[in-house]
Ligand binder design. Structure first.
Ligand SMILES: Cc1cc2nc3c(=O)[nH]c(=O)nc-3n(C[C@H](O)[C@H](O)[C@H](O)COP(=O)(O)O)c2cc1C
Length: 340
């Protein structure tokens, strides 16, 4: 079968790719294989630098992706808040290796924008509100990633039906819609709402390449949208997970002492680091691709799990999404025709 037609938008033109889709960076999920497969299929993909335990291992992964892709664009996610001690070292690696685009989350992207622009790369910033989107636009961001309610990871509070057009009307830079998207019809809808591209996370966990346990992938295929709950117990910030007996047992809230330590200005930074460490330990079980599924696995995923029915190679996911997107856009034309 031939590949679906290219679909040019401000995002595809900025980076010279065929399809306006980013396989979003995912802690403990995205790696060299997932990123290279998606990019070779004509879309974009990014990986969090923290998926490698040391800066040296991260640099080796970047070089590996570069050599597999031969110049095609890919991205890295840098977590730039104060609780992230690796941010400046990993930024320097991204600049030295001329990573084509960086996605920033949770903190000020100022230094990332300055440094990556020096080497001619692009910077996209995760945002959940207009106020923050305007700040990053003023700092020189090349696009915003509009993270809406229903998203996997740290979801925003606003419905994508509102957030996408709300940001589009007010910003000059491209808007990339993230949250709840797992089908081509939804990509078409996001584009019609004004998005210049989309970022998908959860859909790309259910791929053969994702480096997580089969139990995790199967749990996404089985989950209904209402199975997704928000927990504070991973990072101290609400994060979406699949409800399981284990999640019910440990609860979704922090204990009162931890809450106090996270609010107190003297202890906040260290309490946050401790919570992130404990949370990532819980997630690591699910990321042991070869390990047996245990009842204590924590499966991080968004509401779009309800629309995911199969585990496929990442290149097939990209093709399916684009085929469905083109079909949906043609169906939209037929709505304009006279009907009896
Ligand atoms: C398991 C998981 C881990 C994630 N880790 C990160 C991360 O490390 N950095 C980041 O910027 N976004 C992260 N995200 C967010 C995704 O990149 C993407 O924006 C989000 O998943 C889109 O929503 P969707 O899952 O509904 O498609 C994560 C999402 C998931 C599901």
């Amino acid at each position: 079968m031939t590949s679906p037609k290219a679909l040019p938008t401000a995002l595809t033109r900025m980076l010279g790719v065929s399809y306006p889709i980013i396989a979003g960076p995912m802690f403990l999920v995205s790696d060299e294989n997932l990123v290279s497969s998606v990019v070779k299929a004509g879309a974009l993909a990014a990986m969090p630098s923290l998926n490698w335990r040391t800066p040296e291992a991260f640099r080796a992964a970047v070089r590996e992706v570069k050599s597999r892709l031969g110049g095609a664009p890919f991205g890295v996610n840098l977590i730039v808040n104060k609780a992230s001690p690796r941010a400046s070292v990993d930024l320097e690696i991204c600049a030295e290796e001329k990573v084509p685009f960086v996605i920033t989350s949770l903190g000020s992207p100022k230094e990332v924008i300055r440094r990556m622009h020096e080497v001619g790369s692009r910077v996209f910033c995760d945002v959940t509100t207009f106020e923050y989107a305007q700040k990053v636009q003023d700092l020189g961001a090349d696009a915003v990633i509009a993270v809406s309610s229903g998203a996997g990871g740290h979801a925003g509070p606003i419905s994508p039906l509102v957030l996408i057009p709300y940001l589009k009307r007010r910003l000059k830079i491209p808007v990339i819609a993230a949250g709840g998207i797992a089908t081509g019809e939804q990509i078409a809808a996001a584009l019609l709402l004004g998005a210049d591209g989309v970022q998908l996370g959860t859909r790309f966990i259910a791929t053969t390449e994702a480096r997580v346990s089969q139990g995790y992938k199967d749990a996404i295929v089985a989950a209904k949208p209402e199975d997704i709950v928000m927990t504070l117990r991973i990072s101290g910030t609400p994060a979406a997970v699949i409800r399981t007996p284990y999640i019910d047992q440990v609860g979704l809230e922090l204990n009162p002492i931890e809450k106090f330590l996270l609010k107190n200005p003297w202890t906040r930074k260290y309490a946050k680091m401790a919570r992130m460490l404990a949370g990532s330990k819980a997630l690591e079980k699910a990321a042991e691709a070869s390990g047996k599924t245990t009842w204590k696995e924590v499966w991080s995923a968004g509401q779009s799990s309800g629309l995911i029915e199969d585990v496929l190679p990442a290149s097939e996911v990209v093709e399916k999404l684009m085929r469905e997107c083109h079909e949906a856009l043609s169906r939209a034309q037929t709505l304009l025709q006279d009907r009896p």
